[in-house]
Design a protein around this ligand. Structure first.
Ligand SMILES: NC(=O)c1ccc[n+]([C@@H]2O[C@H](COP(=O)([O-])OP(=O)(O)OC[C@H]3O[C@@H](n4cnc5c(N)ncnc54)[C@H](O)[C@@H]3O)[C@@H](O)[C@H]2O)c1
Length: 323
């Protein structure tokens, strides 16, 4: 298949491209390499992907309709996985405009391109943030997602609503994937695993919100990628060809025990600065993944101990840390 992956220099995008390239697909990666976090990490991911002959990279903003349209037509692309977005819950409190531009306007641009190019399947990243705070677990796709706590969650919910309407009006197959806290090697520097590992190694204090009592459905990146790949050639065949799936691990853990596991792997205790619960943060996430299990035989199987070990090993080798 010829597949366009937006956000290919990002954490999930990099891993997805890598997997699809190994499976011999032609992958057209697109990213604007913005500086939300260290651009070197993004450039390094792209350098690794460029080792594959079947990878083609374009430094383009998702709002640039003409250029993307040309790439799709020229290369007869029929599948799109749209991952490019402004990620992060906390940053959306202070910078909602960035989220509106990238996640709403950018999304609208890409879904229009999908509509105009007879795309066979338009798959896009949504988030567990659409659910807001819940008191019943695990959370299934049928749970209400009308009250996200963050503006980030609101932009993801709006993507789903737009996609549903496009599937309904124009009959384009679209699938929303609600990812639950994805972690693993080459992960994002703004997420807890990266920040905790870095600060513990450097002997600096870490900020621990809500006494580490947050509960998260930490989902290992390889499992998540398997889920995306399974979904890619399974567009909905319903009258309105829209689907929506949770992609999680369904084995939630307290942030405190996640931190303990990082400490065990780094071989040092964290210095903690306690912080209150942050605005926009939900207290607990726990995915019900029965829908995607039945539909696509999704079966996440990476234990958190293995996942964290893989991350810490990657971190030490990437940053040449010897101990
Ligand atoms: N990592 C998670 O835990 C998680 C959880 C839920 C949802 N998601 C969603 O999954 C997707 C990928 O997340 P990630 O963790 O890999 O984030 P990431 O920030 O590492 O990757 C996103 C990539 O998109 C690019 N990008 C952003 N705006 C762009 C624009 N206007 N034009 C072109 N490129 C642009 C960025 O440069 C970045 O490389 C995002 O849509 C995110 O919201 C991630």
């Amino acid at each position: 298949m010829n597949i366009l992956i937006t956000g290919s220099a990002g954490f999930i995008g990099y891993h997805l491209c890598n997997k699809l390239l190994k499976n011999n697909h032609k992958v057209y990666g697109l990213d604007n390499l913005n500086s939300y976090y260290d651009v070197r990490l993004k450039k390094n991911r792209i350098s690794l992907l460029k080792k594959f002959k079947n990878f083609f990279f374009f430094k383009i903003d998702i709002c640039n309709k003409n250029q993307i349209d040309r790439i799709i037509k020229k290369n007869k692309i029929r599948y799109i996985v749209h991952l490019a977005a402004q990620a992060g819950v906390r940053y959306s409190i202070t910078n909602p405009d960035v989220y509106f531009k990238n996640n709403v306007e950018g999304f609208f641009n890409i879904i229009n391109i999908a509509k105009e190019n007879n795309i066979k399947h338009f798959v896009f990243a949504s988030s567990s943030s659409v659910y807001g705070n819940k008191n019943q677990f695990p959370i299934s796709e049928n749970s209400s997602s009308d009250f996200p706590l963050s503006f980030y969650g609101a932009t993801k919910k709006s993507n789903e609503v737009m996609a549903y309407s496009y599937s309904s009006i124009f009959n384009i197959p679209t699938t929303s994937l609600r990812f639950f806290t994805v972690y693993g090697p080459f992960g994002r520097p703004d997420m807890s695993l990266f920040k905790f590992t870095k600060n513990i190694i450097e002997g600096k204090k870490i900020d621990l919100f809500n006494n580490g009592n947050h509960i998260r459905d930490f989902s290992y990146v390889d499992d998540v990628i398997n889920g995306i790949v399974l979904i890619l050639d399974k567009p909905s065949n319903k009258k309105i060809p829209y689907n929506c799936f949770n992609i999680g691990n369904s084995k939630p853990k307290k942030l405190k025990s996640y931190l303990n596991e990082i400490e065990n792997n780094v071989g040092r205790k964290a210095k903690i600065r306690h912080k209150p619960l942050q605005k926009g943060d939900v207290v607990k996430t726990h995915s019900d993944i029965n829908k995607i299990k039945k539909f696509a035989k999704y079966s996440p199987n990476t234990d958190i101990r293995i996942g964290i070990k893989n991350f810490v090993d990657w971190y030490k080798s990437y940053f040449n840390i010897v101990n």
